[in-house]
Write a new protein. Structure first.
Length: 85
């Protein structure tokens, strides 16, 4: 399970915002679905701060995503995007 501390370490180590659920970096491919997380919106889970999932988005290329249920693409808003299986 990831938390704010492990996410910040992964972001610093890899220089990307796209990861799998084990915080291994991934190269996004058009049509893949990700969950955007914002480190500014967290909750306490035991002894760890965990980010809230903000949106489920489809990657459409060139750093752009389309939120589930929308027709327009946009730049990613989340601090980290976790690939959905």
């Amino acid at each position: 399970m990831f938390n704010c501390t492990t996410i910040k370490a992964a972001l610093a180590a890899h220089g990307t915002v796209f990861f799998d659920r084990d915080l291994k970096p991934v190269t996004p491919v058009e049509g893949q679905w990700f969950c955007e997380f914002d480190l500014g919106h967290t909750f306490r889970d035991g002894e760890h701060e965990v980010p809230h999932g903000e949106a489920i988005v489809e990657y459409v290329g060139e750093g752009r995503v389309v939120p589930d249920g929308y027709d327009c693409d946009r730049r990613t808003h989340g601090d980290i995007l976790i690939l959905q299986s």
